[in-house]
Design a protein around this ligand. Structure first.
Ligand code: AMP
Ligand code: FE
Ligand code: FE
Ligand code: ZN
Length: 280
């Protein structure tokens, strides 16, 4: 009995609908999943319904982008209250930043001689929380790149010519926003961000857990973060970070978190909000 606690749908930069995601989860015989779209929880209600029909436990979540000492980090909020007025308002702000950034990236590409209209990218994205993967897909659709990877390598990676820095809240602001919306705050894929020396500081700010298991973490990297979580008395989570079909098959279910960690996460959520977490 295992869980995959890091998944995206077409409400951000994934390609599956919430129902398709739940169907894949059932096929993978997952006991629990969390939907953690970037800066939106729009897919959570539909995913919850589809999971309920399939007998899968569902955890509402979101992945927020934050900054610590000039480095971008992603903070996952689990068991978030999707109706929190403050959270909904803040996510609307982050979505606007994302939409403005798409326009800036399209303008940079145009200056590089690539006639990609902002509207073309927004049409490909067709969501409120567009991101670089949508620009990459639009570059592939228009024939300017062969693969999304090529688009990132040539144009979209940090410091590449069409990369635009993104406004971010601080990690401690993200953590307290998550807590105020009754959520549990977990540092996503720490192995990708190289902020180990900042983890004690984030722990002080209330960070509850580390995403030790992730598609891009090797075995030793996962072990390193499990040790660190244990040293700092933090929760252990994990997920595939599936964005849909990738290189011939979806990632969902390729990272499998033992259910005892989901129980610990739910217990922490009950500390923050006894009423809400009971229901899930
Ligand atoms: P954004 O939120 O617009 O900055 O885009 C970040 C998203 O782009 C991540 O969540 C990943 O889904 C994806 N991504 C980041 N780096 C790469 C890369 N080098 N190749 C493919 N996808 C990437
Ligand atoms: Fe993403
Ligand atoms: Fe991420
Ligand atoms: Zn993600």
């Amino acid at each position: 009995m295992e869980a995959d606690l890091h998944l995206h749908t077409f409400f951000s930069d994934g390609t599956y609908s919430p129902e398709e995601l739940a169907a894949h989860a059932a096929q993978q015989e997952l006991a629990a999943i969390a939907l953690s779209d970037h800066d939106t929880m729009e897919g959570c209600e539909r995913a919850a319904k589809a999971c309920e029909s399939a007998g899968i436990r569902f955890i509402p979540a979101a992945e927020l982008t934050a900054d610590i000492a000039g480095t971008e980090v992603h903070i996952l909020g689990y068991f978030l209250d999707a109706h929190s007025v403050e959270l909904v308002g803040q996510m609307a702000r982050f979505q606007q930043v994302r939409q403005d950034r798409i326009k800036e990236m399209a303008e940079r590409l145009q200056k590089l001689g690539i006639p990609l209209a902002t509207e073309d990218v927004l049409a490909v994205a067709n969501c409120k929380a567009p991101g670089r993967p949508h620009v990459a897909r639009a570059l592939v659709h228009s024939g300017h790149c062969k693969t999304p990877d090529e688009a990132f390598e040539r144009f979209l990676k940090k410091d590449r010519p069409a990369w635009v820095p993104k406004f971010k809240i601080s990690a401690s602001e993200a953590i307290s926003l998550i807590h105020r919306a009754a959520g549990v705050a977990v540092l996503a894929h720490p192995g990708l961000n190289k902020v180990d020396d900042r983890i004690p500081e984030m722990r002080e700010a209330g960070l509850d857990g580390l995403e030790c298991f992730h598609t891009k973490h090797s075995g030793p990297t996962a072990g390193h973060y499990v040790n660190m979580a244990s040293r700092h008395n933090m929760l252990v989570t994990g997920g595939s970070d599936c964005h849909g079909m990738s290189k011939g098959r979806p990632l969902i279910g390729t990272v499998r978190l033992p259910m005892r960690h989901v129980e610990a996460l739910a217990a922490k959520a009950r500390e923050y909000n006894p009423a809400q977490a009971q229901a899930t």
